[in-house]
Write a protein that binds this ligand. Sequence first.
Ligand code: BGC
Length: 266
Amino acid sequence: MHISLHKQVALVTGGSSGLGAAAAQALAAAGAAVVINYHSQPEPAQALAAQIIAQGGQAVALGADVSREDQVERLFAQTLEHFGRLDILIANSGLQKDAATVDMSLADWNKVVDVNLTGQFLCARSALRQFVAQGMHPDISRAMGKIIHMSSVHQLIPWAGHANYAASKGGVDLLMRSIAQEVGEQKIRVNSIAPGAIRTAINADTTSGDAEDKLLQLIPYGRVGEADDVANAVVWLASDLADYVHGTTLFIDGGMSLYPGFRDNG
Ligand code: BGC
């Protein structure tokens, strides 16, 4: 079974590090031209684009804050200038600003919701407009376009001390399913990926040392995930092999969402 995204253009928001960078690499390896969006640090995004190009792929790094309407519109316009079309959006940008709810500032609430939820809405809206403007191209893909929202196990699992983050991801779930219900008949496929504990910068403190042992109690499969575990699923979900997968969330979490605390309790 061979997955090819040849002739397709993918935009990965938050593509300069972590899951986004791994997804960009994997999409490029499958033959897609990749736009690597970054927020504040151009260097790693540009280095990743250069690496993809050196390996014979196509890539460009473009800056934009996904929570800003004008910047998102510019990002999509620049994507078209570079590659002429868009087939795949990976709405991946996300951040955490953790605090107990009693101590959480409105600024930290707003920041997380603005990036993790409003940012996904703004990018999905621009992608939908572009897919419709392009129309169907069966020689490129069976779908008119594909959107993958990067969610989290915390769209399902409540997370004390992270109410802003969990609320934003719960919002992503119904955003994704509502858009999917809306645009399925246009043959635009919309899905989410919900990673569990994956070793990236966002959770470096909980995935190493003693904290890792504690974390493993929450993962029935017995290991912390790697960014490629998620990137491999991104490529499959974006490809025609997943053409009948629509409006669903793929949990990639080693079983974290099985509530393993109930194994010997309840
Ligand atoms: C968060 C990680 C966390 C994981 C499991 C993810 O959505 O970004 O920081 O380790 O959920 O709790």
